[in-house]
Every structure is written in C-alpha cells, then in structure tokens.
Write a protein that binds this ligand. Structure first.
Ligand code: ZN
Length: 149
C-alpha cells in the first residue's frame, strides 16, 4: 500500500472531526450590525442558506460574519472561510478563494497548501460533486460581497 494511503484514514478522521467541530461550534456566526455589505445565497439542492456580511477598512476585511442554516459542509465552509479572511486584504481573500476552488476541483497540491489552513479539512469534498456546491456556497457570497472578480 502506498504511503499516502496508509496515512489516509487518520487524516480523513481528523478532517471529519474538524468539519463537525466547525458545524457544532460555528465561528463568526452572528449578526454584523456595521456591515458594509450582506449577501444571501441558497443551494436548493441541499437546502443550505448562507447570509454573509462583510465590513471593510480600506483594502482590509475588518469583519466577516455569517448566518443561516444548512448541512455540515456548507456551515463548516462558512465558518472556516470567515476565519481565513478576517484581518487580511481583499486580495488575500481572493487568493484563498481561488486556491480553495482549485482544491475542490481535485488539485492535490492545493489540498496540502498551508495557505488554506483548516480549509484543507474540506479537501475530501472534491470527490462528491453534489457536496462541492455546499462547500462553495459561502465563497460565492464572498465573491459578490467583494464586488466580483
Ligand atoms: Zn449542503
């Protein structure tokens, strides 16, 4: 058995645990009264609803918060996404978003890119086309919230 396979089950279990942790104790799931922009996105296929609020300070993402409901994948993705972009520049947020998209397209280098941090826990979603829409939902809201590409 190749080495990567022997490490697989333990890593998969850790990733699953991280996803459930973000699902049960979502980060930045709150109203954002001073938001500059709020974007709502739904994924009817799964029943996910994400409302993302962003507040900017010049070129920086000062705050990011979300509300909504949905499956563990969309919720964990929103939770991890807000953690990844708060305090960084818009350009950084776009870079992370692009890398995350590559990871979900099956890019194996993106799946081990430290720049993605906890978001790598969602790398396994690449194998499940129906769940990719769940994982990308908050990022779609982010793209619109930042004014498109
Ligand atoms: Zn979903």
């Amino acid at each position: 058995m190749p080495e990567s396979d022997s490490r697989g089950p333990a890593l998969a279990a850790l990733y699953q645990e991280m996803i459930l942790d973000h699902y049960r104790r979502p980060r930045n799931k709150a109203p954002l009264p001073d938001a500059d922009v709020t974007v709502e996105r739904t994924n009817p296929l799964c029943g996910d609803l994400i409302e993302l609020s962003l507040a900017f300070d010049g070129d920086y993402v000062r705050s990011a918060a979300w509300r909504g409901q949905g499956c563990s994948i969309s919720s964990a993705s929103a939770s991890m996404m807000t953690q990844a972009i708060v305090g960084g520049t818009r350009s950084h947020a776009r870079t992370v978003a692009a890398r995350f998209g590559e990871m979900l397209s099956g890019d194996r280098k993106a799946a081990v890119d430290e720049a993605l941090g906890d978001l790598r826990a969602l790398s396994g979603v690449a194998r499940y086309p129906m769940r990719i829409k769940c994982a990308l939902l908050p990022w779609s809201a982010l793209e619109e919230g930042m004014g498109g590409k």
